[in-house]
Write a protein that binds this ligand. Structure first.
Ligand code: 5GP
Length: 177
C-alpha cells in the first residue's frame, strides 16, 4: 500500500474512447425510440456513463444505484446490498445497467435479480470491462467493451481503496518487487 504501488498501462484513453464509441453505436441502434433508463452502478461507472451518454443523441434517463462492494481490499466478499437505491420507478421501462467491470459476476447477478423484481419492460447489461477468468456465476453481458486479464485494474472510474479513480487511462496494479 501507500506510495510504492506500481501501475502499468493496460488500455489507453484512445482505446477506451474507441470502445465507448462502439458500445454507444450498438446501444443507439437498440434504444433509439425506447426512452431507456440507464442505471449506473456507483462509484466505478460514473466516468464511463458520462462519456457514453454524451454519444447517445436520443431521449433517455439516468439513475444511479450504489451497492456495497470490495471495501478496502481486493477480494469481493460476495455479500452485496443496496446502499443507495433508485430515485424513480422503473416498472415498465426499458432498463440498461451500466457497469464498470464484471469480475466474479456476483454483483451483476445480484443487481439484475434486484431490478428484475421491479418488473421493467426489458433489462440489459452494458459493461466496459470484463474479467471472465474470475467468474463465479454466469452473467449475460449484452454490450461488452474490453476483456481484461486476471489482474486488478484501476483508472477511468475504477479505484483501489478510493485511489486512482481520476486517471484517464486504465492501469494494471503491479505489486512492488
Ligand atoms: P464482482 O461482483 O463481479 O466480483 O465485482 C464487481 C465489483 O468489484 C466491481 O463493480 C468493482 O467495484 C470491483 N472490482 C472487481 N474487479 C476489479 C478490478 O480489477 N479493479 C477494481 N478497481 N475494482 C474491481
Amino acid at each position: 500500500m501507500g506510495s510504492e504501488v506500481k501501475l502499468s498501462v493496460l488500455f489507453t484513453r484512445d482505446e477506451i474512447a474507441a470502445t465507448v464509441n462502439k458500445l454507444a453505436a450498438e446501444i443507439r441502434q437498440d434504444y433509439l425510440s425506447k426512452n431507456p433508463v440507464l442505471i449506473a452502478v456507483l462509484k466505478g461507472s460514473f466516468m464511463f456513463l458520462a462519456d457514453l451518454i454524451r454519444l447517445l443523441d436520443f431521449p433517455l434517463e439516468v439513475e444511479f444505484i450504489r451497492l456495497s462492494s470490495y471495501g478496502g481490499g481486493r477480494e469481493s466478499s460476495g455479500k452485496i446490498k443496496v446502499v443507495q437505491g433508485l430515485q424513480s420507478e422503473v416498472r415498465g421501462r426499458h432498463v440498461l445497467v451500466i457497469e464498470d467491470i464484471i469480475d466474479t459476476g456476483l454483483t451483476a447477478d445480484f443487481l439484475l435479480d434486484y431490478l428484475r423484481q421491479k418488473k421493467p419492460a426489458s433489462l440489459k447489461l452494458c459493461v466496459l470491462t470484463d474479467k471472465p477468468a474470475r467468474r463465479k456465476t454466469p452473467v449475460n453481458i449484452d454490450y461488452r467493451g474490453l476483456t481484461v486479464p486476471d489482474k486488478f485494474i484501476v483508472g477511468y472510474g475504477l479505484d483501489w481503496d478510493e485511489r486512482f479513480r481520476h486517471l484517464p487511462d486504465i492501469y494494471v496494479v503491479e505489486d512492488k518487487g
